[in-house]
Design a protein around this ligand. Structure first.
Ligand code: 4NP
Length: 166
């Protein structure tokens, strides 16, 4: 989006259902990768949910605990996707196929191409793979979310470097 010399060169919004488990994890994991690569001036990240059940809440304690154990801090407060997100973000990355469908249903025609599945950036993931919702399961689900976000995040960063040249 912003083409100014100082501003971020690319912006990415991660989107799940509640914005308290998967998409804040994706945001936190990728932010950590971006920071380690020294690219925080070039990449702007945020996350949102397609519903508003948890609007304003911190991420699920299980999400924050599992991420913290890997050195990833999650401070995000849940918010719902708003129409301006389709103009503000270069990429809207859905954590699963259901939320991808919701985004595609809401996106104005010009923004549909910016909606993708996050795991499509992991070259080793199956086609059309989702990050499963861990909310109603055990702690192992939160570890799986982190594993999948780390792999997809590495692929995403490699692709952004290639496309944007940083
Ligand atoms: P998320 O997980 O979409 O990864 O944030 C969920 C959080 C809350 C609910 C469902 C999924 N819920 O039904 O409240």
């Amino acid at each position: 989006m912003a083409e100014s010399q100082q501003g971020p060169r690319v912006s990415v919004l991660f989107v799940c259902l509640g914005n308290i488990c998967r998409s804040p994890t994706a945001e936190g994991v990728v932010q950590s990768l971006v920071d380690k690569a020294g690219l925080s001036a070039f990449v702007r990240l945020d996350s949102a949910g397609t519903n508003n059940y948890h609007q304003g809440e911190e991420a699920d304690p299980r999400t924050r605990r599992a991420a913290a154990a890997r050195g990833v801090s999650i401070t995000h407060r849940a918010r719902q996707v708003v129409p301006s997100d389709f103009e503000q973000f270069d990429l809207l990355l859905a954590l699963d196929v259901n939320n991808e469908a919701v985004l595609l249903g809401q996106a104005p025609p010009a923004a549909k191409a910016s909606v993708k599945l996050f795991r499509s950036f992991d070259p080793d993931s199956p086609a059309r793979a989702s990050v499963p919702d861990p909310y109603f399961g055990g702690v192992e689900g939160f570890e799986e979310v982190l594993d999948q976000c780390e792999r997809a995040g590495a692929g995403l960063l490699a692709e952004l470097r290639r496309v944007y040249g940083f």
